[in-house]
Design a protein. Structure first.
Length: 210
């Protein structure tokens, strides 16, 4: 994770590039989550996180996929995806997630007298960089390292950005718009040969032409 403009560019390239799909993250993004989907369809109220935890988690996602001229994690409501996932199919990760948030808050309070969400972007990025390198101090949790917590939030943020909106994230198809993914077509019989070779435009699931 780099800082400044290069960070934004590298994140955008990661989301649009094939390297994202080389490992297990692609499987996680496409894995069915029927319980999370059902809960997300019912409401967007927090079920796994309290108000403070929601704000802190959302602030982390906002720096992982920042908003610029295109929507980021906040616009995609990635924190809602995380909240619903932790209450359902990813419930086993919830204890570590909450311990990681607690350790990060303790660090921020000790160093800055404020929670992560109240810090400016440069301080947030510097903290996340130190977590990624497992150099964040003081880090109180013995159960989950700073690096492991960072990777957990990073992975879940990307999942929330790119997974089907029915799971609570990718609001207004934000992630699919950024990555130029038009949405699944299998229910419409797939793409025509003319669309496949670029002779006909592809209509996205939200109605735009590509």
């Amino acid at each position: 994770m780099n800082k400044g403009t290069s960070t934004t560019l590298s994140r955008r390239e990661l989301l649009r590039g094939g390297s994202l799909y080389a490992g297990g993250l692609a499987l996680a993004i496409t894995a069915p989550r029927p319980m999370a989907a059902a809960m997300a369809q019912q409401n967007s109220a927090a079920v796994s996180l309290n108000a403070t935890q929601w704000a802190e988690a959302e602030a982390i996602t906002a720096r992982i996929i920042p908003t610029d001229d295109e929507p980021g994690a906040v616009e995609a409501n990635c924190v809602n995806f995380i909240d619903k996932a932790l209450a359902n199919e990813d419930a086993a990760a919830k204890p570590d997630f909450l311990l990681g948030l607690e350790a990060l808050d303790g660090l921020c309070q000790k160093k800055f007298k404020h929670g992560f969400a109240a810090l400016d972007a440069s301080k947030q990025d510097a903290l996340l960089k130190s977590m990624e390198l497992d150099e964040a101090q003081p880090w109180s949790s013995q159960q989950i390292s700073a690096a492991s917590f960072f990777e957990m939030v990073r992975a879940m943020t990307i999942m929330g950005f790119l997974a089907d909106p029915k799971y609570g994230g990718n609001q207004n198809f934000s992630g699919w718009r950024v990555t130029h993914y038009p949405g699944p077509r299998h229910h419409l019989g797939g793409y025509t040969p003319a669309q496949m070779v670029g002779e006909e435009e592809i209509i996205t699931i939200w109605g735009d032409k590509q």
